[in-house]
Design a protein around this ligand. Structure first.
Ligand code: SF4
Ligand code: MG
Length: 328
């Protein structure tokens, strides 16, 4: 089967400038060679600590951020450098749900107008037909159609995220990028929103690129999971395989910090000793070597690449052995 989305060697680097002369003193390697694919109807979870570049990957896929290099293909078509006009039909196919549902909703618009706006802008319906479509979207996300007249502040946090989801659904997308969609919500509400997203996917068959720092949340919704560290994917596998048989020392540390009981309640951090190094001029070799308890001399100079079939891992310990790193 052909992938819906294919991302190849994506990089996003920013210069860091300082002083009166604005001399470049470094380069932020926000995304540093990320490749993955996503099938129709599939959910890929992208997990990592804040600052690891996962939101930049999301924004690059949606062409909200211009990548430094690499390629983004949607349905086989290279959209990496399409002009705004040429990109328009693809914009409908790709929608995003942000972390903070309040910040992403216009406080002066009614919930009904917020959800109906993309339909009106694309000229897909007007008048009563538009109203009926919006009412149906409200029902699909578990809101009452009479709530269409209410303003964002009259809804709870979970309900506001439902409005954002309805707006994302309005144009019948094929891909919905979810950037930490439940991180701002109470734990008791998180599962409800995640379950809604799962139900909607079953009905509509679209794909999710689902970004979170919370491994438990990603585990619940994803078919496959990619673990990011300092702008790179260090491990990617089917969800069950990744959780049963994590091979990268970073993934192992992440999993060790998640208790099996009440998984939704526990956040990732703290996981390994030390802070994430700055993405400005990141460590050479394996970027994880400054925190890795298995680090060898050659990890300081040799950059591991993702290797393997299906279950891929970027670690010099795993090279050729296919075995997980053994805890000392
Ligand atoms: Fe650790 Fe070396 Fe593997 Fe990097 S390559 S994760 S430093 S063992
Ligand atoms: Mg982010």
């Amino acid at each position: 089967t052909k992938a819906l989305l294919e991302v190849t060697d994506l990089k996003k680097h920013y210069p860091v400038r300082a002083g009166v002369l604005r001399r470049q003193v470094g380069t932020v390697h926000s995304v540093d060679g990320v490749s993955f694919s996503l099938d129709a109807g599939e959910t890929l979870g992208l997990v990592g600590e804040s600052g690891c570049g996962k939101s930049t990957v999301a924004r690059s896929v949606l062409r909200l951020v211009e990548p430094t290099s690499g390629q983004i293909r949607l349905d086989g078509e290279d959209i990496t450098h399409l002009s705004k006009t040429a990109l328009r039909p693809h914009r409908r196919a790709m929608q995003i749900v942000f972390q903070d549902p309040f910040a992403s909703l216009n406080p002066r618009m009614t919930a009904g107008d917020i959800v109906g706006e993309p339909i009106a802008v694309h000229g897909l319906a007007t008048g009563q037909a538009l109203e009926a479509r919006v009412a149906k979207l409200f029902e699909q996300v578990g809101l009452r159609p009479d709530q269409m007249r209410n303003f964002p502040h009259q809804f709870s946090g979970g309900q506001r995220q439902r409005i954002c989801i309805a707006r994302a659904l309005a144009l019948e997308p094929r891909l919905i990028v979810c950037d930490e969609p439940v991180s701002a919500l109470d734990v008791s509400i998180q599962a409800q929103v995640i379950n809604l997203l799962i139900d909607l996917q079953k009905q509509h068959g679209f794909s999710y690129l689902f970004i979170a720092h919370d491994l438990a949340v990603v585990a619940h919704i994803s078919h496959r999971v990619a673990v990011m560290y300092l702008g790179r994917i260090v491990e990617i596998a089917d969800k069950d395989e990744l959780f049963r048989n994590p091979r990268h020392p970073y993934t192992q540390a992440l999993l060790a910090s998640v208790p099996s009981a009440n998984p939704l309640a526990k956040k990732l951090a703290p996981l390994v000793d030390g802070d994430v190094p700055s993405p400005v001029n990141p460590p050479p070799g394996c970027a994880f070597h400054t925190r890795c308890r298995f680090a060898m001399e050659r990890c300081k100079t040799e950059r591991p690449v993702l290797m393997g079939d299906g279950h891929q891992v970027a670690c010099l310990l795993n090279e050729g052995t296919g075995r997980p790193a053994q805890l000392p």
